[in-house]
Design a protein around this ligand. Structure first.
Ligand code: ADP
Ligand code: MG
Length: 314
């Protein structure tokens, strides 16, 4: 392709809100064989909302929610925000919110007043959070977090958890004083265009892959809904880049699509990194492409544009 063709393609991309950082990135996109998608915030809308909360001890639901929100209040994870918003609503309105009521309350004046005192807070990437409340240890996170800390998950809680996961929800476990106290379910709906885009990629001869830190059962349910067969779940934050490199080692040209801080090493490792425009600055910086419209359709736009620019007309 001539420099003029590259310039034209860059302009066409820009008109679609596809920002391309240089001619080399534009050229590499035509050869993409695998597109690895982050799950949360990339395939899904990134609008996590709690759908259910169940207590398995004698603790009152209201107190349970306040306890969990207090533990999550200093976490910046999207799951934490969903939990805090849910608990806030219950505390101030006395009923469980619907998904429509979910709202960011962190900046409300009375936000912190109802929370319990927390000490020794730590965020454990890929696991959850840990802190001390009432001089007791509180753990909020996934199975790995609880089992690593020696908390056993009783049968009734396990059954409830599996039910959530099979319906594509993320189950969050809560332990107080090393006893499994309750479970919350969080849903994050798929982007509307996700399934159509996956089908389109397959038709173009491109293999879609999904990576996530979330558990296997939830990941599998989401992947099935969207039409992805190749799933990598329970991936630790550093593991996403390793997955990219292993696909490359097998000889593939690999694109990564992501939005989070977690995704930036993988975006940088990929042959073509594509950041969702609504994503974090770090992800946008690490990427070769920025999809400003936040639509997954632009993954196809990007590959198409490169193919049209660089494929010789026979
Ligand atoms: P991803 O962004 O790919 O979903 P993360 O590594 O951020 O993955 O999280 C992986 C899993 O760790 C989550 O699905 C959740 O089970 C657990 N987790 C992480 N942070 C929190 C948190 N603040 N509260 C509860 N669970 C968490
Ligand atoms: Mg994400």
């Amino acid at each position: 392709a001539t420099p003029t063709a590259v310039m034209v393609a860059t302009g066409v991309g820009a008109n679609h809100g596809v920002l391309i950082k240089g001619g080399e990135a534009l050229e590499r996109a035509q050869k993409i064989q695998h597109v690895v998608f982050d799950k949360t915030g990339t395939l899904t809308q990134g609008k996590a909302a709690v759908t259910t909360a169940k207590v398995f001890t004698k603790m009152e639901l209201g107190y349970f929610l306040t306890l969990v929100a207090s533990a999550e209040a200093s976490s910046e994870h999207p799951l934490a925000r969903a939990i805090v918003d849910y608990a806030y609503h219950f505390h101030f309105f006395g009923n469980l919110p619907t998904v429509k009521d979910a709202k960011n309350h962190v900046n409300d004046a009375k936000f912190s007043e109802w929370l319990l005192d927390v000490s020794d807070f730590s965020a454990l990437p890929g696991r959850g959070v840990q802190c001390m409340i009432n001089r007791e240890r509180v753990l909020v996170g996934n199975r790995r977090l609880l089992t690593e800390n020696g908390v056993t998950i009783p049968m009734d809680a396990e059954t409830f958890l599996v039910g959530l996961e099979e319906s594509a929800k993320t189950g969050i476990l809560v332990a107080y004083n090393n006893i499994l106290t309750g479970v919350l379910g969080v849903a994050d709906p798929l982007k509307r265009e996700a399934a159509v885009v996956i089908e389109g990629l397959k038709k173009m001869g491109v293999q879609p892959v999904m990576v996530t830190g979330d558990n296997w059962r939830t990941a599998g349910a989401v992947a099935k809904e969207v039409g992805i067969e190749d799933v990598r779940a329970e991936v630790m934050p550093a593991g996403k880049a390793d997955i990219i490199r292993s696909l490359q080692k097998d000889g593939s040209v690999v694109a990564m699509v992501g939005d989070g801080i977690n995704d930036s090493p993988a975006l940088a490792a990929a042959d073509v990194g594509m950041a969702i425009g609504a994503g974090t600055d770090i992800a946008i910086e690490a990427a070769d492409y920025v999809l400003m419209r936040n639509s997954l359709e632009d993954v196809i736009t990007a590959i198409d544009l490169s193919r049209k620019t660089f494929t010789r007309i026979r």
